[in-house]
Design a protein around this ligand. Structure first.
Ligand code: FES
Length: 508
């Protein structure tokens, strides 16, 4: 997304090269845009470090290094460090939720979300105002509500995510029918959340952005939403328009690479497209097939770089992970059991298992698997882990897990701490996340809200969404619509994830 105003241009999250072990490609293909021209901007905004937003190679090659980086206020300096390494030297370190006035009357505000579950420790949205026109690039950030943006006046254009961007439920070893049912639930929930945000902001125009990606490797091709599978979590922009129309939405505008929308303060929007949008989506399959052929050499070259058989995987993981297990209190306790990894001889979950290891959270050890019962099991190619060790990757979510090149099985509920831990494989991140959980746990939730006869703590035990806005009670079950977590009110038990009890009582 590039935002052009008379007071300067802002390029947002230019992503072109495949991300996550060459699994995700931008859809539709944007690699043929004139990036020399597009990259010649006054400001750069990289919302967060997920590789489908932070494309180091592209930033290095095409984006003007004199551009001022609009930096979200994150607890770690990693985003700034990585951008400096690419050659950027001018940074505006914004304060979260504060409006900053730039030259020529251009105003911006970045809201930074900083819980361990937001992006790779941090995700953000960018609000821009110029000449009476306001736009919000919410991107894939999930603020609990949009009130801070509403306070700043009517918004003309709201750009937000509507599609999935995760490995659930596809990689889980489940019967097909269950997988479809979970996928459908997730797809519905994604749309519900999108409608809620749209309704919160009531912008003149809504732009579905930030997804879905497309999958061009043969091993992942089935994840594209072209097979009529109602459990596919990657609906595209055309599906967004259809679904939006069902809830009465008429102000959606789909952008293709190269589309341009001009906005006026009176609320008008005029859009030009490189090809008619309907025609493009009618030919989606052909577009993907052509892309698959064209990008195959890129995937092959990446694959050729992953194997490092000389690496002692168990030894290296011991060396890297055991000190972190020692330091981890909340996350280790939250995981609460051993997590097993089966490493195969392929680039994914298929093939022969070469080695099984266990990250033993209670025992604070990484060791060979000894036949015990585990809560979580992951199966992936050993080559991928060799590569992660080789490049010293500190975030396995932003690399291995988002690649979807693995399968998973678990006993019992989803456990957010498993994934939180594996995105914190560095001292700095681990300490930050532990501190965050510590504060979060201790925060006394004194305020209540009412659902009929039920008095319930006002903030969701998951990520503190305001339940007076996001909570829906059906019988004895409360659902928080921000991420769809469910709670049994009589017992307070969280039905979605381990821990996270809710305080609730019934008035007699
Ligand atoms: S904040 Fe995530 S489900 Fe409530």
């Amino acid at each position: 997304m590039r935002i052009d105003t008379a007071a300067g241009s802002i390029l947002c999250d230019p992503w072109v090269n495949p991300a996550y072990f060459a699994s995700w490609f931008p859809f539709p293909d944007n690699s043929r845009l004139d990036w020399e021209t597009l990259g010649n901007v006054d400001y750069l905004y990289v919302s967060h470090l997920h590789r489908d937003h932070f494309d180091a190679e592209h930033l290095k090659r095409f984006i003007n290094k004199k551009a001022t980086v609009l930096l979200p206020e994150y607890p770690t300096s990693q985003l700034e460090d990585e951008l400096r390494e690419l050659g950027f030297t001018s940074f505006l370190r914004t304060k979260s939720d504060e409006v900053h006035e730039l030259d020529g009357g251009l105003k911006i505000m970045i809201q930074a979300l900083i819980s361990p579950t937001d992006g790779p420790i941090g995700d953000s949205s960018l609000w821009v105002e110029h000449d009476g026109i306001r736009v919000l690039n919410q991107n894939d950030a999930r603020p609990t509500d949009l009130s801070r943006f509403n306070e700043l006046g009517h918004v003309h254009a709201h750009m937000l995510q509507f599609s999935g961007a995760i490995w659930y439920p596809m990689v889980y070893e489940l019967p097909d029918a269950a997988k479809t049912a979970f996928g459908k639930q997730k797809r519905d929930r994604q749309f519900d959340r999108t409608w809620r945000y749209i309704d919160d902001l009531k912008a003149d125009h809504v732009f579905p952005i930030a997804g879905p990606p497309c999958f061009l490797d043969d091993e992942l091709w089935q994840f594209n939403d072209i097979f009529g599978d109602e459990g596919n979590i990657f609906p595209d922009q055309a599906v967004f328009l259809e679904e939006y129309a069902k809830v009465g939405g008429t102000n959606g505008i789909v952008l293709l690479p190269g589309s341009v929308t001009s906005l006026t303060a009176a609320g008008e929007a005029e859009t030009t497209h490189p090809v008619p949008v309907d025609e493009f989506f009618a030919n989606k399959q052909a577009h993907l097939e052509e892309m698959r052929e064209r990008k195959a050499p890129i995937i092959a070259a990446e694959k050729a770089s992953w194997r490092h058989p000389e690496i002692d995987v168990l030894g290296e993981l011991k060396k890297r992970i055991e000190p972190l297990l020692e330091e981890s209190i909340y996350m280790a306790q939250g995981v609460g059991g051993p997590v097993r990894f089966d490493f195969t001889d392929s680039f994914g979950p298929t093939g022969e298992i070469l080695e099984s290891i266990v990250v033993d959270f209670p025992g604070k050890q990484v060791r060979p698997y000894a036949g015990e019962k585990v809560r979580y099991r992951f199966k992936t190619g050993r080559a991928l882990v060799e590569h992660l060790i080789h490049i010293d990757e500190g975030d396995w979510v932003n690399s291995l897990f988002l690649s979807c090149r693995f399968s998973a099985a678990r006993i019992g509920q989803y456990n957010e701490f498993v994934y939180a831990f594996f995105k914190c494989l560095s001292e700095e991140r681990l300490q930050y996340a532990e501190g965050w959980y510590d504060e979060h746990e201790k925060a006394v939730e004194a305020e209540d809200t009412q659902f009929g006869d039920w008095t319930v703590q006002r903030r969701c035990p998951h990520l503190k969404a305001d339940l007076s806005r996001f909570g829906v009670v059906d019988g004895n079950v409360l659902t928080c619509q921000l991420h769809g977590w469910k709670f049994d009110l009589p017992s307070g038990r969280c039905l979605t994830s381990v821990g996270h009890k809710i305080r609730a009582s019934k008035t007699e």
